[in-house]
Design a protein around this ligand. Structure first.
Ligand SMILES: Cc1cc2nc3c(=O)[nH]c(=O)nc-3n(C[C@H](O)[C@H](O)[C@H](O)COP(=O)(O)O)c2cc1C
Length: 181
């Protein structure tokens, strides 16, 4: 039997957070912004027109059943419409989608101007040339402070992005866009 190396745990240092800290939204936003994320477009045709928004809060949740989530501000004017869609499209944006992302977060009337999209027969809208596309329905909405955590059930997936073909995701970090090197 081979001897296992002994791991001596380092003595933990006492953590010292600033006292009486005001967790104001500006400070929190800056701290949250340290965490890099990708960006998705969540979109669908509702009442005959495309509606959607950009979201950096997307994350994978479950393989069985297949679930993903994103958080939407309770002040969102788009979500009450979007949630009525039969199916929603979620697109993982690529590094060349910076301008499209800004537009998808901008004025509602011009949100899809100049953005190439595809629509399924059930009304899910996806952005062309994304790294991955998901066809979803709303599984559950969970109230979480000033946001709703939206759990989406996946019905179809198309994963075209591959590092080998040079595809790279749009990265949101410290309120700006970047790319993976
Ligand atoms: C990079 C980026 C990421 C964003 N992520 C989110 C998000 O995760 N959740 C959210 O509610 N809004 C997010 N937004 C803002 C929305 O895209 C949109 O501007 C906001 O919902 C206001 O529009 P609405 O009132 O039409 O919903 C993000 C915007 C940008 C530019």
């Amino acid at each position: 039997m081979t001897a296992q190396p002994t791991v001596v745990p380092a003595e933990p240092r006492a953590a010292r957070f600033p006292t009486n800290q005001d967790l104001d939204p500006v400070r929190l936003r800056q701290a949250f912004g340290v965490f890099p994320s990708g960006v998705v477009a969540v979109a669908a045709v509702v009442d005959g027109r495309p509606v959607g928004l950009a979201a950096s809060s997307f994350t994978s949740v479950s393989l069985d059943p297949p679930l993903v989530s994103f958080s939407v501000a309770r002040t969102s004017k788009t979500w009450p419409d979007l949630r009525r869609a039969d199916h929603l499209g979620v697109t993982v944006l690529a590094d060349h989608h910076g301008e499209a992302c800004r537009r998808l977060a901008g004025p509602v009337e011009s949100r899809f101007d100049g953005i190439a999209v595809s629509v399924t027969s059930a009304g899910a809208v996806t952005v062309d040339d994304g790294l991955a596309r998901f066809d979803c329905t709303v599984h559950r909405e969970v109230e979480a402070g000033d946001h709703l955590v939206v759990l989406l059930q996946l019905h179809a997936v198309d994963h075209s992005g591959d590092l080998a073909d040079g595809s790279s995701p749009l990265v949101f970090h410290r309120s700006g866009f970047g790319r993976l090197r």
